[in-house]
Design a protein around this ligand. Structure first.
Ligand SMILES: Nc1nc2c(ncn2[C@@H]2O[C@H](COP(=O)(O)OP(=O)(O)OP(=O)(O)O)[C@@H](O)[C@H]2O)c(=O)[nH]1
Ligand SMILES: [Mg+2]
Length: 203
């Protein structure tokens, strides 16, 4: 697999700062602290996104432009949801920014829905899944922090989560941003997905 070339394209705090939607776009969504920015860094092979030990690290929407042998795409790191101890006003601002991102311009081609492999999908995650799928958008569930579960127990845990019902265009990928597990698989999936997208505006 060839290396991807990446750069931070745009940091948006308001809807008028979103870049034009002229290439494929994949967004990374999930609860606060689930490991979105860590996965973005690991996937892109660069320490571009800020990672934090306390939830609520990423407050802006960050657009990373990625060049691959199959064409360019934008990888979008979203702020996390479900962090209860923020003020109500702040939580509203976040969800309205994310809603604006999804609805005010052409929606992303795929949403990577990240969930902590130790917990599976929470009530908040299910709300997100219902909302996204209700709009007819595609999601791939990606489990994070896979290193926290012993290798022998991973298959069983994955099976249990699939059984409990989740919306995903393919079998969820179990990753570890820390150890690198599942990263090549996710890269391969995204390249495959990219190659299925076509039409005016793409590439
Ligand atoms: N063990 C382990 N820890 C991880 C992994 N990925 C992320 N973390 C840790 O989880 C914490 C949160 O990581 P972030 O990448 O900042 O999470 P985020 O989802 O971007 O968080 P917000 O921006 O606040 O929504 C950090 O302390 C990371 O070091 C992983 O694969 N394994
Ligand atoms: Mg983050």
């Amino acid at each position: 697999m060839e290396k991807w070339k990446v750069r931070l394209d745009t940091t948006a705090f308001t809807r008028d700062q979103f870049p034009e939607r002229d290439i494929a776009e994949f967004a990374v969504a999930g609860r606060s602290n689930v490991g979105k920015s860590s996965l973005v860094n690991r996937l892109l092979g660069a320490k571009l996104a800020h990672v934090g030990a306390t939830p609520g690290k990423t407050r802006s929407i960050n657009f990373y432009r990625v060049e691959t042998p199959l064409g360019p795409f934008m990888l979008v790191d979203l702020p996390g949801y479900g962090y209860a101890s923020r003020s109500k006003k702040e939580r509203r601002q976040w969800s309205s920014l994310i809603e604006a991102y999804i609805t005010s311009r052409e929606a992303p081609d795929l949403i990577l829905h990240l969930a902590d492999f130790r917990h599976g999908l929470t009530a908040n995650d299910r709300e997100l899944q219902d909302w996204i799928s209700g709009m007819g958008l595609s999601m791939l569930v990606v489990f994070t922090k896979g290193d926290k579960i012993s290798k022998g127990a991973r298959k069983g845990a994955l099976y249990k989560y699939i059984q409990s019902g989740l919306k995903s265009v393919d079998v969820p990928i179990v990753t570890s941003a820390e150890k690198g597990d599942g990263i090549a698989e996710l890269k391969g999936f995204l390249e495959g997905f990219l190659s299925t997208l076509s039409g005016p505006g793409e590439n």
